[in-house]
Ligand binder design. Structure first.
Ligand code: ADP
Length: 476
């Protein structure tokens, strides 16, 4: 139970951040205190060395002013008050023979001959060493071996007990300080992390409540830090988008239900009639052709929906190629000419000569035909439809302008929504997918689609693309 709690705690960012704070502090503090400790211990040894050197100079002074016998006498006097456990000295000849020494009982196991040999080998005038006695009560001493004259050598040692005690106090103090400060850092780290994570906690609480069905919940962005504010804004946008997708899905479902139900009901009704009534061959023929018509409409709608979904998801790769835009628009105008003529609509096109374009030709054909078809469809008899294509500083725009029924101001923001049809346009038929597809195709080629319209005045659709092309056809 307890272990499980610890394991769960270990998985929290709060706990991990706290541990990280504590570990990094402990490491940095240990390094800092380690450096201070190293400096203190080297200063202590340095001071001891200076003390030893002063004493050596005093002895050498003594010897230079007295002969060996007198020096021995003076040293004997000194020995009376020197603590032999803390300090010792030895006076040696150049052969290593001890002429005089203090009481060496406690220092017997020290290997002093080695130091003397090293000094002679190195031809130095003095040498410092740190040595330890062997056996149970190990003692450490700092020793100086110095040449006083060509024939006399002097060894002076002092216990390191005092320095060690003093360094041990520092060690204990540092360990205690590191422990206490690490605990304080961990506590502070916990509080800081908790405070820093409170924004994220708030976002996750909102996410939880949305998950439980409160789709209107949003994160309050006021008072958040810049980083979490961005996260909250992205989250809110995402939730907003999902909610709007959900509501448009509902609209789509309603529209599909509406648009599929009527043709299917018509097909079924016709077939039922054929079964129950004794109809002539001509009636069967009419019924078959209307069934084909309805099926074509349905297939058209399904294909457009699939195209739209794939384009929006970026699933179908676009084929980028160079093609003649003027030619493409002329062909579309020719295609719709009979339809315009049937409605007595004047169809005009003003195009730059031989305009070259780089993009997906099939998609461009579909965009132009969709917009052109709408213009003719929503323009009353005797109206006018004009197509322009211009290029200015690498900016290509195609406008399709009509003098038709127009689109109301409140409908304009929704005309690119799937299955959206302005009410008044219903008699003209259509699934409300043409503009959605035109927009998706335009955007897939990094273009922009724009509309300007007023009721009973007419509509202007503009698609524009930024393209820096050298036009080989024009430059010919
Ligand atoms: P539809 O198949 O209904 O034409 P679209 O997606 O092509 O679907 O267009 C959506 C709606 O926008 C249409 O139902 C129509 O009401 C309106 N619309 C589109 N183009 C025009 C236009 N040129 N003039 C007036 N209304 C238009």
């Amino acid at each position: 139970m307890f272990l499980r709690k610890i394991k769960a705690l270990n998985n929290t960012l709060l706990f991990r951040l706290t541990v990280l704070y504590a570990i990094s502090f402990a490491l940095i503090a240990s390094l800092g205190f380690g450096l201070v400790y190293y400096r203190i211990s080297s200063i202590a040894i340095q001071e001891l060395d200076e003390e030893l050197m002063d004493e050596v100079e005093d002895f050498s002074d003594l010897i230079s002013r007295n002969d060996v016998a007198k020096t021995r006498e003076i040293l004997l006097q000194i020995k009376q008050y020197e603590d032999s456990d803390e300090e010792f000295y030895r006076l040696l000849t150049e052969n290593g023979e001890v002429i005089d020494s203090s009481d060496m009982t406690g220092w017997r196991s020290l290997n002093l001959a080695d130091n003397f040999r090293k000094l002679q080998e190195g031809h130095a005038s003095f040498l410092y060493h740190t040595v330890s006695t062997e056996g149970e009560n190990q003692k450490k001493a700092r020793i100086i071996t110095a040449a006083i004259s060509d024939t006399l050598f002097f060894q002076l040692g002092e216990t390191l007990e005092e320095v060690d005690e003093y360094l041990a106090i520092y060690r204990q103090l540092f360990v205690f300080l590191i422990l206490v400060l690490t605990i304080i850092t961990a506590a502070t780290g916990w509080l800081i992390s908790k405070w820093a994570l409170s924004d994220i906690l708030m976002i996750s609480e909102t996410a939880e409540s949305i998950g439980k069905g409160a789709y209107d919940s949003r994160v309050d962005e006021s008072g958040l830090f810049e980083e979490t504010k961005r996260l909250a804004a992205t989250f809110n946008n995402m939730v907003g988008r999902i909610t709007s997708i959900m509501s448009s899905m509902k609209d789509i479902n309603d529209s599909i239900a509406h648009d599929l139900r009527s043709p299917l009901a018509r097909i079924r009704g016709g077939a039922e009639m054929a079964l129950t009534q004794r109809s002539s061959v001509e009636t069967y023929g009419e019924m078959a052709s209307s069934t084909i018509e309805e099926c074509d409409r349905l297939m058209n709608m399904i294909n457009t929906m699939l195209d739209l979904a794939e384009t929006e998801a970026g699933m179908t790769p676009k084929t980028m190629e160079h093609f003649n835009l003027t030619e493409l628009i002329n062909e579309a105008c020719e295609l719709y000419h009979p339809l315009a003529q049937a409605k007595n609509i004047e169809l005009l096109s003003t195009l730059d000569d031989q305009e070259l374009f780089r993009g997906d030709k099939k998609r461009m054909q579909r965009i132009v035909t969709n917009l052109l078809e709408n213009s003719i469809k929503y323009t009353e008899d005797g109206g006018k439809v004009q197509v322009h294509a211009t290029r200015k500083k690498g900016h290509i725009s195609i406008t399709i302008e009509d003098s038709g029924i127009g689109i109301s101001e409140q409908d304009i923001p929704r005309i690119y929504d799937r299955f959206f049809r302005c009410d008044k346009s219903r008699p003209q038929g259509g699934f409300g997918l043409g503009l959605s597809l035109a927009k998706a195709y335009t955007e897939s080629m990094n273009g922009i689609i724009d509309v300007k319209s007023s009721l009973a005045q007419g509509t202007i659709f503009t698609i524009s693309f930024q393209q820096q092309l050298t036009n080989p056809l024009l430059s010919r």
